[in-house]
Ligand binder design. Structure first.
Ligand code: ADP
Ligand code: MG
Length: 252
């Protein structure tokens, strides 16, 4: 079996009284595409935010490529120190629902900003990488455009290019197409499919069931902060348990 790139064990997260993640374990191997599906409010975004350390967990363990980012000590979740976390963060990128591009930066500057300012890559090298990505994502003519001059689908492709510019080992997507008009979702899904063909390791929260079915190596159905069913797309879509069946029947 290939290397484990992301491992989450017994993740717990509460907001006040609300137990949003009750006990979630998930490991993702190199080159795997894992889709996370489930009803609204089931904790999918929170899971992604905990995995990417935008949110602190209350319990459980998190590691990337065997490096522990967080673990339990005396019943509490403790995190690695700042310097270690900075290194661990370099392993992953995140693509949000609402693109989150810098509105006052051109496409090029959006893409090279973090590699240059955070990673210390030279401007020339960063630009070279950016041109390759723009070409790969069909945006070669948009380098000088500002986000407001682009369609939602183009903006989302830029935000994917921006994440890729940091050369992550794992890419997380939180409903990458749900802010888009239906006719624009295809171009974003095509880009993600292209990344899957190139064996990019990805965790994708999505409402696009057909896409999850076709693209994923593994599908995880979440409900009320727990994994309700997990398996290959054939297992989950072909032999869904009662709850998953009801959900799929409603959304597909
Ligand atoms: P999903 O992405 O599956 O729709 P979320 O992870 O966004 O679910 O939310 C799960 C639950 O956690 C929801 O009930 C939501 O209201 C709650 N929640 C999420 N973030 C916060 C927060 N920062 N503070 C309080 N409650 C939150
Ligand atoms: Mg969500």
């Amino acid at each position: 079996m290939s290397q484990i790139y992301l491992e989450m064990n017994h993740i717990k997260k509460t907001f006040g009284e609300l137990e949003v993640l009750k006990d979630i374990s998930l490991s993702v191997h190199k080159g795997e595409v894992v889709s996370v599906i489930g009803p609204s409010g089931s904790g999918k975004s929170t899971l992604l935010r905990c995995a990417t350390m935008l949110e602190k967990m209350d319990g459980g363990e998190l590691s990337f490529l065997g490096e522990k980012a967080a673990w339990e000590e005396n019943g509490k979740c403790v995190y690695a120190n700042k310097k270690q976390l900075k290194e661990i963060r370099k392993n992953f990128g995140l693509v949000f629902q609402n693109f989150n591009l810098f509105p006052h930066y051109t496409v090029m500057k959006n893409i090279i900003d973090a590699p240059v300012c955070v990673d210390g890559v030279s401007k020339e090298e960063a630009k070279e990488r950016a041109w390759k990505l723009l070409k790969q994502l069909g945006l070669s003519d948009k380098a000088d455009a500002y986000p407001y001059q682009l369609s939602g689908g183009q903006q989302q492709r830029v935000s994917i290019a921006r994440a890729l510019a940091l050369q992550p080992k794992v890419l997380f997507f939180d409903e990458p197409t749900s802010a888009l008009d239906p006719e624009l979702t295809g171009e974003v899904l095509r880009v993600i499919r292209q990344l899957a063909d190139e064996h990019m390791t990805m965790v994708i929260v999505t409402h696009e069931m057909q896409f999850a079915k076709e693209l994923s190596d593994r599908v995880i159905f979440m409900e009320k902060g727990l994994v309700c069913q997990e398996g290959t797309p054939e297992e989950v879509f072909g032999n869904p348990n009662a709850r998953v069946k009801e959900f799929i029947g409603r959304v597909m």
